[in-house]
Structure formats: C-alpha cells, structure tokens
Ligand binder design. Sequence first.
Ligand SMILES: Nc1ncnc2c1ncn2[C@@H]1O[C@H](COP(=O)(O)OP(=O)(O)O)[C@@H](O)[C@H]1O
Ligand SMILES: [Mg+2]
Length: 233
Amino acid sequence: MSLEVININKSYGEVKALKNISFKLKKGEIVGFLGPNGAGKSTLMKIITSFINQDSGKVIISSIDKDVDAILTKSKIGYLSENNPLYNEMTVLEYLNFVSQIYNLKNSKKRILKVSKEIGLVKVMEQEINSLSKGFRQRVGIAATLVHDPEILLLDEPTTGLDPNQLVEIRHLIKKIGQEKIILLSTHIMQEIPKICNRVIVINNGKLVDDKSLHSKEEKEIDFDEYFYNLTK
Ligand SMILES: Nc1ncnc2c1ncn2[C@@H]1O[C@H](COP(=O)(O)OP(=O)(O)O)[C@@H](O)[C@H]1O
Ligand SMILES: [Mg+2]
C-alpha cells in the first residue's frame, strides 16, 4: 500500500497551480496537507483521484500508474471533496446504497453495515440527510468514502465548520481509520495537526515547502500557527 506523487505539474491557463510536487506515503501515515487558500491542495487531490489530469508527472497507487489503469486505482481511493456534496433528500441508507452501486459492490449490504457501525451512523440510517447536523453529515461523507474499502483516503478539509465536540469525534474517527490506511487530509485548523497527523506536508503557491514526520514529543510540540505562517507568509 503506497501513494507516490512524482513531479506533478498543473496549470489552469496562466495560473501554475502545482509545480513539481513529489512525495511518497505509506500505510499508517496520516498526513496533514497544509497550505494557504489557492496553494493547490484541492487540485492535487483531484489529480490523485483522476477527476482532472496533470500536465506532467505521475501518480502511482500501490505500484499502479493511475494513467495506465484509472478504474483500478480509483477503486483504491476514497475521496471526500471540499464541500462534501450529499444528496439531501436521500436517507443515509439510501445514499450509502447509491454510492455502493457506483462502485458496483457485490457485498454492499455487509460493507454498509460494517462502515455504519465503524463511523457511528447506525441510529441515523433511516433519517434524511438534510435533517442531520453538520457533524453527522461529515460522518456520512466519510462513510461514503469507505464503503469500497479503499487503501487511501483523501479528505479535503473534513473538519471545517464543525463544533468543538464534533471536531473531537471526527478526529478520533480519522485516527482510528488511519491505522489501516493512508490518509492525506487538508485543514486550516493548525491545532489539529499534532493531534491527528504523524506527518505534515506544506505547499505554498503550488510548491512543496516542507515535508516532515511528527512522531517525537518535540516534533509535536511546535507552534503550528507560527510554523505555517513562517513557511507561507
Ligand atoms: N477550475 C479552475 N480553473 C481555473 N483556476 C483554478 C481552478 N481550480 C483552481 N484554480 C486555481 O488554482 C490554484 C490552486 O487552487 P486550489 O487547488 O483550489 O487550492 P487550495 O485547495 O489549496 O485552496 C488557485 O490559484 C486557483 O484559483
Ligand atoms: Mg481547496
């Protein structure tokens, strides 16, 4: 299980959104993907999931080039996009069924049950999505990324707009899921980084400006607001 991003470049017209981005992630890594608005975080996630194409460079998912077999590599990825679009008029169960159909899952009933338990959705399965709190909506979004049991999770700002309790719950959830997977998660909440992540990658203006592990107590005790500011001001 691995995710390799190799010399990725991407422009939108005149705007160079990504400049030669490279890194390699392995199982058990929960990576905080940081950068100011417009840095290129969402663009890179969309490239990894084959939603959009890079101009040059490669993405290798567990030894498979996404441009050689996009269907296979997509099946190894769960992606929660920035604003977590959901079908509001569906119940949670209907939505997760719908998502399983997209992935053509054979064991969908079993998977939905397992994921719903893991994500704490069992008691709201019959509720319409528009009746749920923001925290539960995020859980539904995360559950939908997990039904096909991907190796890699890309979570684009999964904790934005949550209240403090919802934040703690989603954080616990991400940590639990991350033990068995690779998670790349973008966030603007710096205090979250040492609590969830064991590695941090920072981009600014499309360039990678830092990539470091967060394992020791010293590494986790730095002031992440200052750290971020100094790298990206
Ligand atoms: N579809 C698009 N068309 C044109 N420019 C875009 C598009 N998407 C993103 N950009 C530009 O690319 C840069 C990176 O954007 P984005 O990846 O959304 O950054 P982030 O997620 O870090 O805020 C920004 O300058 C943004 O304006
Ligand atoms: Mg973004």
